[in-house]
Design a protein around this ligand. Structure first.
Ligand code: SF4
Ligand code: SF4
Length: 97
């Protein structure tokens, strides 16, 4: 998305266009990324509920992969994940490793 100067902004910086957050790929902010360990996943969907960026895909009541275009790497999903028998199904890894 091309940056705009202050003269082009709406008064009060009000956003009038619905769904504009889709254009802003927040994944570029990330310094850590979540990694899904599917064999430890019990499909409780807690990660999907807690993710503030809706960066976890879901279909037919089951979670899928992370959408790294929008994941900011906040780590909330990894914190909330109960995993299976004490083994986490999401771990945070440093970007670029
Ligand atoms: S790290 Fe944060 S933004 Fe990324 S998927 Fe997990 S909860 Fe969502
Ligand atoms: S919170 Fe953990 S166990 Fe639950 S669906 Fe997400 S990855 Fe799977």
């Amino acid at each position: 998305m091309k940056p705009r100067g202050w003269k082009e902004l709406n008064p009060g910086a009000v956003i009038t266009e619905a769904g504009s957050a889709r254009k802003f790929k927040t994944g570029s902010w990330r310094s850590f990324k979540p990694v899904w360990i599917e064999e430890n996943c019990i499909q409780c969907m807690m990660c999907w509920i807690y993710c503030p960026d809706m960066a976890i895909t879901a279909k037919d009541g089951k979670r899928g992969e992370f959408n790294y275009y929008f994941c900011k790497g906040c780590g909330i999903c990894a914190l909330e994940c109960p995993g299976k028998k004490g083994k986490k199904a999401i771990v945070m890894e440093e970007e670029g490793q």
